[in-house]
Design a protein around this ligand. Structure first.
Ligand code: UD1
Ligand code: UDP
Length: 364
């Protein structure tokens, strides 16, 4: 069996980490790195810390306008497909890398190439988000869809995707996160005291490319940091947009840094009092580590953590973010929120790998 895996952004590298060695064991496995993320702290650090082998085909596409980026990734993956005639092309999630890889695979269906989508079926139902467009298109093209939850599978069914193409697997991020949480154990980075700081990440286009939303969110983080130290590892997109908006980085109790490696990120998350984030992956990890999170978006694909009572969707409104954070500064309320139990996924990568070897896929 020949498998081509396409990845290229921070969350893809982290979430595909448990699966890559298992795909190596299935036959010829070619890892294509799009180069969508390329700064060492957005890319190389994760290969090193998660002990991943180097990609076979770095495309070096870099930062570009979205259609150009997708087209260049599709072109690069197409070359690999023509050379290797894979049985499967495997993509993950909802980025431009995911869409580029999926398009190339779909265009070579006649060669017997089949497309598998890991983390299929997630929906925010907000069509203005580039990620939502990517997910819907990729799910439409895929032959085999690995849905993290029953809710995700139900979204696919509602869109008319045949149920025999969908397998509910759990989410691979649980394996990456729990493995790293065991390695970091009780270590709290930078001399911080467990439970006495919050951690915040923002990077989504809808949050940071909108000057009004960026300003209310950032000012809310500054206000929260007057009561509790807020650690902010800054995504490069956010750094750029804050500079463009003239919003200073050095304020009150904010501790702003470059993006951190995964070891430090998991250690910071594990011991945080609470998390403020617009990131899908960070929200999932907070849930896995049983840490309350405030979702800085209008909606989330991960409703199960909100329904369980551990997370709240608070949007980008200044007053709401400050009020919800203040609530979590009360020890009893925090303890009550932390009592909400989340079921942990396990054996996810193994389930996916064995499905690729055993599932018969009906012709479309
Ligand atoms: C992308 C994904 C988003 C995902 C995020 C994970 C799409 C449409 N968006 O958004 O779904 O949540 O990755 O982090 O695919 N930059 C660097 N160094 C890098 C990479 C980017 O400096 O290694 C800067 C560049 O100025 C670039 C900007 O960050 O223009 C944005 O990068 P890009 O990959 O376009 O989008 P993300 O915001 O990272
Ligand atoms: N992450 C990290 N260092 C950071 C910020 C995030 O290691 O400074 C990890 C985080 O733990 C999660 C992933 O990056 O596993 C999430 O990526 P991101 O927020 O960029 O994208 P999203 O999940 O929203 O697509």
């Amino acid at each position: 069996m020949t498998i081509v895996t396409v990845l290229g952004t921070r969350p893809e590298i982290i979430k595909m980490a448990p699966l890559l060695p298992r795909l190596d064991a299935l036959g010829d496995h070619i890892i294509v790195h799009s180069g969508q993320h390329y700064s060492a702290e957005m890319d190389a650090v994760f290969f090193e810390e998660l002990e991943l082998r180097s990609p076979d085909r770095p495309l070096g596409v870099g930062s570009r306008e979205p259609a150009e980026q997708v087209a260049m990734i599709a072109q690069g993956v197409e070359r690999v497909i023509i050379e290797s005639s894979p049985d499967w092309v495997v993509v993950h999630g909802d980025t431009n890398t995911t869409l580029g890889g999926a398009l190339a695979a779909a265009k070579h269906r006649a060669r017997g190439v089949r497309l598998a989508h890991v983390e299929a079926g997630a929906r925010s139902f907000n069509e203005d988000q580039p990620e939502e467009l990517n997910r819907v298109l990729v799910d439409r093209m895929a032959h085999l869809l690995f849905a993290p939850t029953e809710d995700d599978a139900a979204n696919l069914k509602a869109e008319g995707i045949p149920v025999d193409r969908v397998l509910v697997t759990g989410n691979t991020v649980a394996e990456s996160c729990l493995r790293m949480a065991t390695i970091v154990d009780g270590h709290v980075p930078d001399g911080l005291a467990a439970g006495h700081y919050a951690i915040a990440t923002i990077h989504r286009q809808e949050t940071v490319n909108d000057p009004a939303r960026l300003a209310t969110t950032w000012e809310a983080l500054v206000a929260v940091s007057e009561c509790v130290n807020v650690i902010v590892p800054l995504h490069p997109r956010t750094r750029k947009m804050l500079a463009a908006a003239g919003l200073p980085l050095s304020r009150a109790g904010l501790t702003v840094s470059e993006p951190v490696g995964y070891r430090k990120m998991v250690a910071l998350l594990k011991h945080a009092r609470f998390v403020l984030t617009d990131s899908g992956g960070v929200q999932e990890e907070a849930a896995i580590l049983q840490v309350p999170a405030l979702v800085l978006r209008g909606e989330t694909e991960h409703r199960r953590y909100v329904d369980a009572g551990l997370h709240r969707v608070v949007g980008t409104d200044f007053d709401r973010i400050v009020a919800e954070s203040t609530f979590l500064l009360d020890d009893d309320r925090l303890a009550e929120r932390k009592r909400c139990r989340i079921e942990l996924d396990s054996g996810v990568a193994e389930r996916i790998a064995s499905a690729l070897t055993s599932v018969g896929v009906s012709p479309r």
